[in-house]
Design a protein. Sequence first.
Length: 232
Amino acid sequence: MAGQLPLVLDRPDAHRLELFEPGAECREAWSRVRAVTEGRERFAFLWGEAGSGKTHLLEGAAREAGGTYLDLASMREEVTAAGLDPEQVLDPGLGPGLVAVDGLEAVAGEDAWEQAVFHLYNQVNEEGGRLLAAARTSPGALGLCREELRTRLSWGGSYPLGRLTDAERLGALRRHAEARGLDLKAEVGGFLLRHYSRSLPALVAALERLDAAALAERRRLTVPFIKARLGL
C-alpha cells in the first residue's frame, strides 16, 4: 500500500521478556502476557504509569512470538505528518500472529483512530490471532468515545502493573547487567538507585552508556567510575 508506515520495529535486546522483573504487584499481568505470547490465551490489556514496564512487555512479547509491535504515540505523529488515514496503517493484513498495541492513551477520544483500533482488534480475532494492548489507565478510564472498543479491550482481562520495590529494581538491574556480561556489584547498583534514578528504564539506559564507556576505557563498573561518567 502506497504511503504505508513500517509496522515491525527493531527494538533493543533490553526488552527481552526474560529480563522483565514482575515484582510482587505484577505477577498476574506477567503470567497473562506469557500465556498470550505462548498461545495459551489470546487477549490481554495492561495498564500502568510511565516506566511501569508496559513497553518492555509488549515489545518483548512481539519479539519472542515473531509478531508486530505498534507504538500508537509515535505512529500518530507520523500518520498526521504524512496526511494518512489511521486505517491505512492499522489494517496491514497481519495474519494469525501476535499484535502488540502500545500507547492507547495517545489516540483515546479520536474517533478515526479508535475505529481503526477497533477494526484491527476484530481482524486479529477473526484470523485467530493474539493481541496485547496497553495504556496508562484502564479501558474504563481512557476516555474512549467508542463503547464497543472499550468492551473489546476488556475481553481478555485488564491487568495493572504496579511499582517495584527498590530490592526488585536492583534485582532487575543486575539481571540486565548479567545479560550484557557485566558483574554489577550490589553496592554499585545500590549507588545508582540512591543517587541517579529509581526509574528502571532510566537505570537500564544509564547501564548501557556505562557499559560502552567501560569497554572503551577497559575499566570496571565501580562507584568512582560511575560518579565520574554520570557527573554524580
